[in-house]
Design a protein around this ligand. Structure first.
Ligand SMILES: [Fe+2]
Length: 249
């Protein structure tokens, strides 16, 4: 726990073992034998030098930073195999709704979680040239991209999250803190983070930890606070409404 707007909680990652499902899937798909997602960058060895460079290239925020083949693989996997989404829905029901919104009859939650992969030498989000300060990649608030003010963000790690493989966020809304003084999300695999990233600026750095970070992030709104919106997500082009970007539980 570092700021009133952000907290860290524990969960049983043996019950909600998202990493095992994804590790098995990617090993099957690419014929690899990687034993933990922290070593997921070893999968790059099967690609040519040019392909590897392309996969590690830092793309542009909201333009092509969600177009990596591994992200596309993830979407096609969860569209065709219910195992992952069933477990995700259980997590939303048993952890997020119960612990964070116990008095709400219903919550809206992101139908499809975002998968983030930060390989060593790269980042998990794109850059914003002309806007990012030196050493910072993708500085933004979610609110800048039309996300609804009422959203609360959750980050569920599938690997350790620490230092430059993770997410940096300002300690307070409109803090004017230098980005160097932002907090870093530090999580064990049995912890998750929740915070108001709709309003708190956040960014990535180039991952120099030597370990890949893989995580899920989602956004949740208590139904009592939800107002329907016509705005679309810049990455998924889905409208911020139930049945499109959000599901209800
Ligand atoms: Fe964000």
């Amino acid at each position: 726990m570092t700021t009133p707007m952000c907290s860290t909680y524990h969960f049983d990652n043996k019950v909600y073992d998202f990493s095992k499902i994804l590790l098995n899937y990617y090993n099957d798909k690419y014929g690899t034998k990687i034993d933990s997602l922290e070593k997921f960058h070893e999968i790059l060895d099967i690609f040519t030098h040019e392909e590897r460079e392309d996969l590690l290239k830092i793309n542009l925020f909201g333009v092509n930073d969600r177009k990596s083949i591994f992200i596309k693989d993830f979407y096609s996997f969860i569209d065709n195999d219910p195992t992952f989404i069933n477990l995700y829905n259980d997590f939303v029901r048993n952890i997020i709704k119960k612990i964070h919104f116990p008095k709400e009859k219903q919550i809206l939650f992101q139908t499809t979680p975002n998968l983030r992969i930060s390989f060593p030498g790269s980042t998990s989000i794109g850059s914003r040239p002309g806007y990012d300060p030196e050493g910072v990649v993708g500085l933004h608030t979610d609110g800048e991209f039309g996300h609804l003010d009422e959203e609360l963000n959750f980050i569920i790690p599938l690997t350790l999250m620490f230092e430059t493989n993770s997410v940096y966020y300002e300690p307070e809304i409109e803090s004017n803190f230098d980005h160097i003084d932002y907090n870093v999300v530090t999580l064990s695999k049995n912890q998750y983070f929740t915070g108001k990233l709709n309003k708190l600026k956040h960014y990535n750095r180039v991952n120099i930890t030597g370990q890949t970070r893989v995580s899920l992030d989602i956004r949740v709104i208590p139904s009592s606070q939800y107002k329907e919106s016509e705005v679309c997500s810049v990455s998924s082009h889905k409208k911020f409404v139930v049945g499109d970007y959000y599901s209800i539980m």
